[in-house]
Write a protein of this length. Structure first.
Length: 273
């Protein structure tokens, strides 16, 4: 999913409405969500997806039953919306996510608002602090792999701490925070579960640009068109943020150009090529 969806061409050239329909069609081709009674009331990209290859087989065999929202609990059962009879149950597992809390910090340093809202510049920095010696790493839910995000955030924080990256004024950071929250309000489901949802490529580029490691695609079209084609039309691999700038890696280009070899190598299980 990450390899096929997270491509710069998809997020910068193709209309979001087109990608929305294409993704929904692709998912329904594998499993018709409406027929199984699990089609959401919002667009498919308005929340971070849950990927499961087994859910359709569980539903088909009756191992899992899809129900509507919980209306209320009784002493030994649960009443679902649209039903009149209590369904007996043994165990209730709440898989609804977590409330964000920082009990070791006072509210003047970092405060969690209503519905899990945390007002951080670039999802990292409390904008009101005089000295930016605190960063929250990993408090973001991208629609792509999280470990590359955490790595890039850590590199950015080190750049700030070593004065190689300067943050803007408090006013500009607060304006950026408001813009980010406005974007989330327009594009994501409004609930505590989705308060830190973030688009993967735009966020990675945003952080990378702060300390000079965002790949220069314009220059790449002239100097290295082969690399450009993969960086723009192929999957946005984290190696792209090691091509230039601080702590660049000489092997990044080769890792990008030959990513398919590693992508399918594990399927061979030691057999001949």
């Amino acid at each position: 999913m990450d390899v096929s969806l997270h491509r710069r061409y998809n997020v910068t050239v193709l209309p979001s409405s087109y990608m929305e329909k294409k993704l929904e069609k692709s998912l329904n081709k594998k499993m018709d969500h409406k027929k199984f009674g699990i089609k959401p009331y919002h667009p498919v990209t308005s929340q971070t997806p849950t990927v499961s290859d087994e859910i359709q087989y569980k539903l088909l065999t009756g191992a899992v039953t899809a129900k509507k929202d919980v209306k209320e609990f009784s002493q030994n059962g649960v009443l679902f919306d649209g039903e009149e009879e209590i369904t007996p149950i043994d165990v209730v597992i709440f898989a609804t996510g977590f409330y964000i809390k920082f009990p070791f910090l006072t509210d003047d340093i970092l405060r969690v608002g209503k519905n899990n809202k945390v007002l951080l510049y670039k999802n990292m920095f409390p904008p009101q602090l005089k000295h930016h010696t605190l960063a929250v790493i990993g408090l973001v839910q991208p629609n792509g792999p999280v470990f590359p995000v955490v790595e890039l955030q850590s590199r950015c924080f080190v750049a700030v701490m070593t004065n190689k990256c300067r943050l803007p004024s408090t006013e500009k950071m607060l304006a950026s925070v408001r813009a980010t929250e406005g974007f989330r309000a327009r594009n994501y489901v409004q609930s505590p579960r989705h308060s830190i949802d973030t688009p993967w490529i735009p966020y990675m580029d945003d952080i990378a640009e702060m300390f000079g490691v965002k790949p220069n695609l314009a220059a790449m079209t002239v100097k290295d068109p082969k690399l450009f084609r993969i960086c723009f039309f192929g999957p946005c691999l984290p190696y792209q943020y090691r091509l230039t700038g601080p702590h660049k890696w000489e092997g990044a280009r080769d890792a990008i150009l030959n990513y398919k070899n590693r992508l399918y190598e594990h399927l061979k299980n030691g057999r001949e090529k």
